[in-house]
Design a protein around this ligand. Structure first.
Ligand SMILES: NCc1[nH]cc(CCC(=O)O)c1CC(=O)O
Length: 308
């Protein structure tokens, strides 16, 4: 007889999602003295993966990454769901709880196809469908143009090799977790800010499921939770959607967190930046940074945030 799993862990099917779910499984096994068979990985096909030809922002946004897993949780077909926190909407139902944030990977973006932003050839085509990457690049390199570039990590690298663009940008975390360490150049946050919650894996479960919450609490990493939740609070205060070019970097400053954030107009021409020092867990302060940015931004930026 096969052993009953102690936990059914849902994940999307992409190689990166599966690698993240395997990391979550390993950490749970280590924390609880379980073996691999104690955790069943349940691979669920997400709407966001079915539609590959249009920008995410045009087809329903980040909810497309979590919708199926949310339903499977609600129906009790899985006990917990593993997510890239970057892809999780800031407003979640009360019936779900993010019970663990794993130790954060490298948060930086990686530039592929040129050694630095300065060395990108004049007029190059930048392959990305992320409004943040597009606007941030156009801000620094208005001579470049943007080519829509969706798909998983492998697909985007293949499109670049096939010459569909000259340069692309990917999260270091996604490259590292799919064994592509050393691909491209990681960009210094002093010149290029990552996305809110980039590089963070979160595990969600039903709020009413005390057993699973306790299992997951054992692998929650407090420093990662603090930075991720602060960045999400900032994003939430902006009413940010995937249409909104929002970038942020958190660093530790003694007992405090320092957040540096920027928002852009879609064409990258305008940029508003702000910083804040806050106590970990002070979500009101983090939200204040978002509101402060918006209050100082020119109209070409604020209109991106109206009406979601
Ligand atoms: N939007 C897709 C997505 N969601 C999470 C990651 C990478 C892993 C992470 O940032 O945690 C990626 C790919 C990328 O942006 O390069």
């Amino acid at each position: 007889m096969t052993k009953q799993p102690k936990l059914r862990l849902g994940t999307r099917q992409s190689p990166l999602a599966v690698a993240q779910a395997e990391e979550a499984r390993e950490r749970l096994c280590q924390a609880h003295g379980w073996d691999e068979a104690d955790i069943e990985l349940v691979k669920v096909r997400a709407s966001g993966d079915k539609i590959q030809d249009r920008p995410l922002a045009d087809i329903g946004g980040k909810a497309l990454w979590t919708r199926e897993l949310d339903i499977w949780l609600a129906e009790g077909k899985i006990d917990a769901a593993v997510h890239s926190m970057k892809d999780v909407e800031t407003i979640r139902p009360d019936s779900l709880t993010i019970a663990a944030i794993l130790p954060r990977e490298d948060v930086r973006d990686v530039l592929i196809g040129a050694r630095s932003i300065r060395e990108i050839p004049q007029g190059a085509r930048i392959g990305t469908s992320a409004p943040r990457r597009a606007a941030q690049m156009l801000h620094q390199r208005p001579d470049c143009s943007i080519v829509s570039f969706r798909g998983n990590v492998a697909t985007r690298l293949a499109k670049l090799s096939a010459g569909e663009a000259d340069v692309t940008l990917l999260a270091a975390a996604g490259l590292n977790r799919t064994n592509r360490q050393g691909t491209g150049t990681a960009l210094d946050p002093a010149e290029w800010l990552p996305a809110p919650a980039q590089g963070a894996i979160g595990i969600e479960c039903n709020t009413a499921d005390a057993q699973t919450r306790a299992f997951l609490a054992a692998i929650d990493d407090a420093p990662s939770r603090h930075s991720v939740m602060a960045e999400r609070a900032m994003l939430g205060a902006l009413g940010g959607t995937c249409h909104s070019p929002i970038a942020v970097m958190t660093t530790r400053d003694g007992e405090m967190l320092a957040l540096r954030a920027a928002i852009f107009s879609a064409d990258g021409y305008e940029r508003a930046e702000g910083t804040i020092r806050m106590a970990p867990g002070d979500m009101a302060a983090a939200a204040g940074l978002g509101r402060d940015l918006l209050s100082r931004a020119p109209i070409s930026i604020t209109k991106l945030f109206e009406g979601g």
